[in-house]
Design a protein around this ligand. Structure first.
Ligand SMILES: [Zn+2]
Length: 247
């Protein structure tokens, strides 16, 4: 039997029939793949803790029948998010990463840049400091999916926004100057736009250390979530959960 082998990140699992699990994986080989882990709920031998969401695994699967669902043969844990302490903020942040990947990635389409982004996000998403990793992940995910507009000019008049105030609106695709902003727009600060510019030029690890309270770049994250949600045409469940985290 010719099994496919790939690095993968577990996105979600759902109970299926008595003992089976339906698993959504983001594989490096061919993008988002859905599969069935037979008897995974009964026998922990083959899958152990490998199917916890956001576990980085090496997966072996059978795709012979060209059906929509592959059959998972086995999974080896390369890195588990459970190896580090999982407090509530981190649990919500991990769920957010999984939901965004699951909602935005198309089926069976490899995307190595997003795969590397997911791994680097997981590597900085340790402990309870969640806002830097979340900001970095949302920013780059929006960009890599091709949804991020130019942040330095007004989408209406084209004037540069560097050195002046900038606004965004839930129904608009980019930033607007003070003259062109719509009713009920929100402002995005120059500091947050500077954070975005820095994040485009440096790896996530370089932003570790230093304090990153929830208020820092909150306007940027709001703008990014608006943008992502507009493209998937639905609300992200975890966006509301993140909003409720107080630190
Ligand atoms: Zn303008």
């Amino acid at each position: 039997m010719a099994l496919k082998e790939s690095e993968a990140i577990v996105l979600r699992t759902y109970p299926m029939r008595e003992a089976d699990l339906l698993v959504t994986l983001f594989t490096r080989l061919e993008g988002k793949v859905r599969g069935v882990a037979r008897s995974a709920k009964k026998s922990r031998r083959r899958f152990g803790g490998a199917l916890e969401p956001l576990t980085y695994v090496r997966v072996y699967y059978d795709d012979r029948e060209r059906q929509e669902l592959v059959r998972l043969d086995s999974c080896d844990v390369l890195e588990s998010p459970l190896a580090n302490q999982v407090g509530y903020p981190r649990a919500v942040a991990l769920s957010h990463v999984a939901e965004v990947l699951d909602e935005l990635l198309p089926d069976r389409e490899a995307n190595d840049a997003v795969f590397r982004l997911a791994l680097s996000t997981l590597s900085v998403l340790r402990g309870s400091a969640v806002w830097m990793p979340i900001t970095y992940f949302e920013l780059w995910m929006t960009r890599l999916m091709g949804y991020l507009p130019e942040l330095t000019e007004c989408i209406v008049c084209g004037r540069t926004l560097n050195g002046s105030r900038a606004f965004f609106h839930v129904l608009a695709d980019g930033l607007m100057c003070a003259d062109d902003k719509r009713l009920a727009s929100s402002e995005i600060s120059a500091e947050s736009r500077a954070v975005a510019a820095q994040m485009f030029h440096a790896p996530a690890e370089s932003f570790r250390g230093g304090s990153w309270p929830k208020t820092r770049a909150a306007d940027l994250r709001k703008f990014l979530l608006h943008t992502l949600q507009r493209h998937i045409e639905k609300k992200l469940v975890t966006a509301g959960m993140l909003e409720k985290i107080s630190t």
